[in-house]
Design a protein around this ligand. Structure first.
Ligand code: WT7
Length: 659
């Protein structure tokens, strides 16, 4: 990637000094529009957190009030302990009892073009019925339910029904393979799977049920499967185990009036498990609980999106990732927002689908990812320019660092220089946004996630935990607990402590490198561990490596990321072969074979972009693969820095020859 290209290089954030304050028009109408007032609120959140969080939490409904705002025994946090609440109640019943009852909660658009709208009352009715269905299949409070679906409106219905009865859900992104599904279902010991026949993307059907069918051959804990009919494709249902969604709902309609009340749950009752990649091969089941997560997503949705009651809000993420959990579903619905949800691809039937959706639904707030923005730049300005985007008031990004060139394009071509951009930094583990501008009061800078949100105390430190001077790079850590923080890694409390709280004792280790500028703005430089970010999707290099070495032809594999203009990072695999697989004429075929293999083992999102066969991998004397050297090689850079620990110096020369 070169700095002169239209989309530019992430390095260019190092030289960025433009500042964009909110327009007077935006500021004067903003929820929070007085910088001094915001400064006071942030200070209160740090100095008197109990008072601050009590006030925010009491805007939600509690069956029983909390006793303590926070009990902190590092690294174990309890927020709002003693309190009882239900997130499904706060998303639905609370609004149904108010003037929002007949307001649209979800406006869903299928890829083929159909539109379905659910008012808060309608959504509640569906959720009550489905909660009764779950109970009728024996799902009890605390039981884990796995969801493997596309972006159908029934996915939020299922999640809210789980939350209603206190059964933690684990949503598994529809792009994962059967074997990835097995790992996750096995890890959380789910007893029920909810899926659909298929979903639509790019004009074709993405088959989902057959993947579940395959996975369930190795998932003895699962006794029931609920299948939503979406694509209408014929499927092989196993009698006694597999049930149609619509049959169960019809029966529930008859039996379960007036519905299933929301169970009062302890504030620390598990809400969901979401698997994410860490720096080892095994995905981590990030566990979130009810009270703190509710309050954190509620506050950040309202403040960062400057949400108003008449807004139409659209987050383009897939619900299979945390962004969808927090900012399609739980944050916006707690705020009583109207959410647009879209099933398919951005280029179906044409590359203007997003702009068409914004124009037709009069979307006011758009939240998307840098990788999508860079793709739109590539497709050309004619597509957005052909649509009336004047309804937009605010734009957001999430998932990876945004290069200033893409930021400026978003601002000019989509936002017509009117709309503030909120670049929001957070993680699956943080549950909700951590660094982001409150748009009426924090001027933005292209490429910076700006400043900490209330209650968040970030710092840039060196490897010993000492703060580094402003302007100098270091590790981003968080100095104290926040409401939506993960509580543990499901089934692996030691890994929770070791991953997040041991690297810099007493602080939460984010795994990101960053620096803070003289104005106190944070600039995220990317991961410092063996995690790569491909199109905003997090992948562990070791996960891809273990998929590769499980192939009979592969002896060893080392996987690294290289900068990619569209995806942020692309996957490069260096592979050594077993000697009986080295015949040169079969190598191109083998490359394709390995790509398919990884797709089967993990999913298409982990498919290597480049595979390089090599005779040998660079290792230290202690036998560790030197990924840093491979990263340099893969990026086309000169190999710099210390190579003195290389076990065999000739390796470097040989790898270069093999290019
Ligand atoms: C990692 C977390 C948060 C939901 C989506 C991803 C990177 C995320 C930003 C941003 C720079 C960002 C970080 C982080 N990241 N947002 N605004 N600027 N980098 O969640 O899969 O848990 O990944 O994504 O590297 O650690 P995730």
């Amino acid at each position: 990637m070169s700095t002169s290209s239209p989309t530019g290089n992430i390095e260019s954030i190092l030289h960025e000094d433009r500042v964009f304050p909110p327009s007077e028009e935006f500021r004067s109408r903003a929820r929070i529009g007085d910088p001094a007032e915001y400064e006071r609120l942030y200070r209160e959140s740090i100095e008197q957190p109990d008072a601050f969080w009590s006030r925010i939490a009491s805007e939600l409904h509690w069956f029983e009030p909390w006793e303590n705002v926070l009990e902190w025994d590092c690294p174990s946090a309890k927020w709002f302990s003693g309190g009882k609440l239900n997130l499904s109640f706060n998303c639905l019943d609370r609004h149904v009892a108010s003037a929002r009852r007949n307001k649209a909660a979800i406006i869903w658009e299928g890829e083929p073009g159909e539109i379905r709208t659910f008012t808060y009352q309608q959504l509640l009715t569906e959720v009550e019925k489905f909660a009764a269905v779950l109970k009728s299949l024996g799902v009890q409070k605390g039981d884990r339910v796995a969801l493997y679906m596309g972006m159908a409106p029934e996915l939020p219905v299922a999640m809210l029904a789980c939350a209603r009865i206190g059964a933690p859900h684990s949503v598994i992104f529809g792009g994962f393979s059967a074997s990835a599904l097995v790992d996750r279902i096995h890890d959380c010991q789910a007893t029920l799977v909810i899926t659909q026949d298929g979903s639509f993307r790019k004009g074709t059907e993405v088959k989902l049920f057959p993947v579940v069918e395959e996975a369930l051959k190795s998932c003895p804990t699962v006794s029931n499967v609920i299948v939503l009919r979406r694509s209408g494709t014929p499927i092989n249902m196993q009698s006694g185990r597999d049930h149609w969604w619509h049959d169960l709902m019809a029966a529930s309609n008859k039996n379960a009036k007036p519905g299933t009340p929301a169970e009062p749950l302890d504030s620390e009752h598990p809400l969901f498990i979401l698997y994410t990649s860490g720096s080892t091969g095994k995905p981590k089941g990030v566990l979130h609980t009810t009270g703190g997560y509710s309050v954190g997503t509620y506050l950040t949705t309202q403040w960062v999106f400057d949400l108003r009651d008449d807004d139409i809000y659209w987050c383009t993420a897939d619900i299979g990732w945390v962004t969808g959990h927090s900012y399609i579903l739980y944050g916006p619905l707690q705020c009583g927002a109207t959410v647009v949800m879209y099933e398919g691809a951005p280029n179906h039937p044409q590359p203007d689908r997003f702009w068409d959706i914004i124009e037709r639904h009069r979307v006011n707030i758009l939240y998307t990812a840098p990788t999508a923005i860079r793709t739109f730049i590539k497709w050309g300005d004619d597509y957005p320019n052909a649509h009336d985007l004047s309804s937009l008031r605010l734009l957001g990004t999430v998932g990876e660092p945004i290069n200033p060139e893409a930021w400026m394009w978003y601002r000019e071509v989509i936002g017509k220089n009117r709309c503030p951009i909120v670049d929001t930094w957070w993680q699956t583990e943080t549950g909700h946004m951590m660094l982001a501008p409150v748009p009426g009061v924090v001027p933005t800078k292209p490429g910076s996630a700006t400043k900490p949100l209330p209650g968040v105390l970030p710092e840039i430190v060196d490897k010993d935990g000492n703060p580094v001077p402003d302007g100098q790079g270091g590790f981003l850590v968080i100095r104290r607990p926040w409401p939506g923080m993960l509580r543990t890694i499901y089934g692996d409390p030691d890994r929770y402590v070791q991953q997040y709280w041991s690297q810099i004792p007493g602080s939460y280790f984010t795994g990101d490198g960053a620096h803070r500028d003289k104005d106190g703005y944070f600039w995220i430089m990317g991961r410092v561990d063996d995690v790569i970010n491909v199109s905003g999707h997090r992948l562990s290099t070791m996960e891809v490596e273990s998929a590769l070495v499980s192939h009979p032809a592969v002896a060893e594999a080392a996987v690294v990321g290289r900068p990619d203009e569209l995806k942020g990072q692309a996957i490069v695999a260096f592979v050594t072969l077993n000697h009986d697989h080295k015949s040169a004429d079969r190598l191109p075929e083998l490359k394709e074979d390995l790509r398919k293999w990884v797709t089967k083992e993990i999913g298409a999102l982990a498919r290597p972009d480049t595979i390089r066969f090599t005779e040998i991998l660079p290792k230290t004397r202690s036998g560790k693969i030197m990924r840093r050297l491979l990263r340099e090689l893969a990026s086309g850079n000169e190999v710099k820095g210390d190579t003195t620990t290389l076990e065999d110096f000739s390796v470097l020369a040989r790898l270069k020859e093999e290019e």
